[in-house]
Design a protein. Structure first.
Length: 400
């Protein structure tokens, strides 16, 4: 499960830094590619030469390696990684991660990383038990980070208690088990719609909405990481995907999205209809730009667009799973439950513009998932990358 995976290993200033060498050897032996990012304090405990030799990659520590204008891009690293592991993670680094204090290369890489993050704390027992450390760890958990709990035993201080970094073999097993569990969509084909649609008024004007496409694109990445072959039908958006298992189809109008979705759906195992499709379009669009001076008041006659979700719901065969979205401004639960039944969905994701930080143009979302059995699950406000994981977990559950 680790073969071919890109792992960022963050090493901080702890006596347990020597264990990073064993972690690297274990990951490389299993076929992973490891890129070490070490803090300045970390270099006091283990040399970059050792880490570089074992990882077969130059160790990154500073933003600027030379005085020739070259620099290390934390953004590129964050996009490259399939996972980031901070081991050992000191109390200081955990505090910086929890509060976004980006004063070294490791923290800026962490803040740029879109992949799952694993944190293996290492510190003295009193530091680990301190309320500040525990609150910081709870905050990291709320961000979706996975904490690999330290073990109990004799510490560097010669005290005995909880705070010793977990053994490298256990840490490697955590990553292995994570990737094994995340391949639960292998051999599945998933259709995803994302972004807005633009309905032309004339060659320069359109009817649209504020959708950025971020939620749909996060879903596409989440499905692809778990082994699915993803067919992403995207309305007008600047977003692009890089995962090799995602095929992107760019469309503009609701009609184009409708035609593409209906043509793809029969071959799919599932579909997640995340796009904010315009409900209406102008009955006709002008061939030339409409001039205000000669037109005066302009009246648009709007006609309904075809309903993609309802059409796929009628076409759905046994074994296919269809998930929809409901963005509401009032009475969200009743509207979502009604939409779930009318469109023959297996589950629906409700988000409300009444919730701060949810909906269009945000990097976060706050959702409720309702399924055909009536089960309702509420989720707190999260980054859309983590929200996508929650939705895909529901998809996997429905496919089973």
């Amino acid at each position: 499960m680790l073969k071919g995976k890109h792992i960022i290993l963050g090493v901080t200033g702890s006596i347990a830094a020597y264990k990073a060498a064993t972690i690297i050897r274990g990951l490389v032996k299993k076929g992973a590619e490891v890129q070490v990012v070490i803090t300045p304090a970390g270099k006091e405990f283990i040399t970059p030469l050792t880490l570089s030799t074992l990882s077969r990659n130059p160790v990154i520590s500073e933003f600027f390696s030379n005085r020739d204008g070259t620099w290390n891009s934390h953004v590129d690293l964050g996009l490259w990684a399939d996972a980031m592991l901070i081991a050992p993670a000191t109390a200081a680094t955990i505090g910086k991660m929890a509060n976004g204090i980006a004063d070294n290369m490791l923290i800026t890489t962490y803040l740029s990383c879109k992949a799952p993050v694993f944190v293996a704390p290492a510190m003295d027992l009193d530091m680990y038990a301190h309320q500040a450390t525990q609150q910081n760890l709870d905050r990291l958990r709320s961000f979706g980070n996975r904490i690999i709990e330290p073990g109990e035993g004799e510490l560097a201080s010669q005290l005995i208690g909880k705070g010793r970094m977990e053994d490298p073999e256990v840490i490697i097993a955590c990553l292995h088990d994570f990737f094994a569990a995340q391949q639960d969509l292998i051999d599945k084909k998933v259709l995803i719609t994302a972004g807005p649609t633009h309905e032309k008024i004339d060659p320069v004007r359109f009817i649209g909405n504020y959708s950025s496409g971020k939620m749909g694109f996060a879903l596409a990445e989440a499905c692809a990481r778990r082994g699915a072959e993803v067919f992403l039908v995207a309305g007008p958006t600047a977003l692009r995907t890089e995962h090799p298992r995602i095929t992107q189809f760019d469309v503009e109008s609701a009609e184009e999205m409708y035609q593409k979705a209906l043509s793809l759906f029969p071959q799919m195992d599932a579909a997640l209809l995340c796009a904010a499709v315009a409900d209406y379009r102008p009955e006709s669009s002008a061939e030339e730009k409409i001039k205000r001076e000669s037109t005066g008041d302009m009246i648009l006659h709007l006609v309904p667009n075809k309903d993609i979700a309802a059409s796929l719901g009628k076409q759905k065969r046994e074994g296919q799973v269809l998930g929809g979205f409901a963005l509401e401004t009032q009475d969200g639960m009743s509207h979502a439950q009604d939409k779930l039944k009318r469109k023959n969905l297996d589950f629906i994701v409700l988000n409300s513009l009444e919730d701060q930080g949810a909906g269009f143009r945000h990097d976060t979302n706050k959702i409720t998932i309702i399924d055909r059995t009536g089960e309702v699950t509420d989720y707190p406000l999260k980054n859309k990358t983590e929200v996508a994981v929650d939705i895909v977990n529901k998809l996997v559950e429905q496919l089973k």
